[in-house]
Design a protein around this ligand. Structure first.
Ligand code: NZQ
Ligand code: ZN
Length: 381
């Protein structure tokens, strides 16, 4: 087991109606809040009204920044930061899914330190702190509600990358499963795929971490037990609650302690698809993961077999990959590019950007030949 520090300062409030306690937890010293959200789903599931009600209770001056798109843009963060600086914002409330909360995290840094978003994302900026961030989660998927990571894309440089800093753990996160009942079937599925993928990115990293491996198995068993059932019963509160809590734990640190690193190569390739075709994040992962495993089985057959035995009760790398594909099929998430409407005519465009951006893992290095083979598997070779 490798040395590690277990640190997570986010106070997470989980359950029905928790947003109604928000006003008790926001320090009275705050006067001006920036409320950030997406394209409007929050006005349809009660989360917007509940949140505004709490902010009004505190007599906070509210400035709104809406319209954040899935696979969010650094340029939008720069606009939000400019608005925040002009209005002397001293706290941010992010209301939505991962795209909104990630945008809010980088906005919190840019307002406090008068920085450009992409300088932060590329690690070019020096800073110590950010303005405080409160998250109200409306989509179970990324785990951003309880981690210090954000992912943005830059249309000019053609990149979609992640950045992490302890200053952007949300101070409080409010997770009411009721808000997720309005998530449509496709994004419900993509969120379940994302939590599965986060667990696997940790597992297929480097280093021996027995308890972290068992946390991975437990989270995956939750996804298998509740995911397909939820797809048939989207309004079911208990199913929504179990998936929401599993998604948080898939990327709040507990699956990583004791490892040298996770891999994250599948995410690196998935981000290329999201950048090029706005592919929903989870859909990109259900396409890439089986393909990546088909390539990796020549390098680590035992690790894949160990995973298959513990998670699916199967005893070969091929059967493990088949079991994962059938789980993704049960969730109705695509397992090849054609299912996502991305034809072979895009092969070179995808491969060129994969190579230009050096889509890679931390534990399992990929070269251009490896990436070409994985892309062929993504087309169902
Ligand atoms: O914009 P609105 O109208 O809110 O619609 C959103 C959006 O169209 C909709 N939605 C969200 N909550 C809803 C809802 N629709 C109905 N009812 C609700 N309750 O869902 C769509 C997708 O929202 P988005 O925030 O993009 O989804 P998700 O939460 O999956 O976030 C994906 C983003 O997170 C990044 C991804 O790269 C992607 O950019 N990730 C962040 C990570 C992190 N910070 O730790 C790790 C992940 O690996 C991931 O990379
Ligand atoms: Zn992800």
């Amino acid at each position: 087991m490798n040395n590690f520090i277990a640190y997570n300062p986010t106070r997470l409030h989980f359950g029905k109606g928790v947003v109604n306690t928000m006003s008790k937890h926001i320090d009275q010293k705050h006067k001006k809040v920036l409320l950030m959200y997406g394209k409007g789903s929050v006005t349809k599931n009660g989360s917007y009204n509940d949140t505004i009600g709490q902010l009004k209770k505190l007599n906070l001056e509210i400035t709104e920044f809406s319209g954040i798109k899935p696979n969010p843009l650094a340029s939008d963060v720069d606009s939000a930061a400019k608005l925040g600086i002009e209005n002397k914002i001293d706290i941010i409330v992010a209301l939505g899914g991962g795209s909104v909360i990630d945008s809010a995290k980088i906005t919190a840094i840019c307002i406090k330190n008068k920085l450009a978003a992409w300088d932060v994302m590329k690690g070019k900026a020096r800073f110590e702190s950010a303005i405080p961030l409160i998250a109200v989660l409306t989509l179970a998927a990324t785990g951003t509600e309880m981690n210090p990571v954000a992912v943005l894309q830059n249309q000019d440089t053609k990149e979609k990358i992640g950045f992490g800093h302890p200053a952007v753990f949300p101070q409080h996160s409010f997770l009411d499963p009721v808000y997720t009942q309005s998530v449509p079937a496709n994004y419900t599925a993509y969120g379940i795929v994302d939590l599965i993928a986060h667990s696997m990115e940790a597992y297929f990293g480097k280093g021996d971490a027995s308890l972290s491996d068992k946390f991975v198995y437990a989270i995956l068993h939750e996804a298998m037990e509740f995911g397909p059932a939820l797809m048939k019963d989207l309004n079911n509160y208990e199913l929504r609650a179990n998936i929401m809590w599993a998604a948080t734990n898939a990327l709040n640190g507990i699956t990583g302690h004791g490892r040298i690193t996770g891999d994250w190569g599948v995410h690196g390739i998935g981000h290329i698809l999201s950048f090029l075709y706005d592919t929903p994040h989870g859909a990109s992962l259900s396409i890439v993961y089986p393909a990546w495993l088909k390539k990796m089985k020549e390098r680590m057959p035992e690790r894949i077999e160990e995973f298959g035995k513990a998670v699916f009760g199967v005893n070969s790398p091929d059967k493990t990959i088949e079991a994962l594909e059938s789980l993704f099929k049960k969730l109705n998430s695509p397992i090849n590019l054609q299912e996502q409407g991305i034809g072979k005519d895009k092969f070179d465009e995808i491969l060129n950007l994969m190579n230009k951006n050096n889509a890679n893992g931390f534990a399992h290095k990929l070269d251009d030949t490896d990436r070409k083979e994985i892309l062929e598997f993504m087309y169902g070779k």
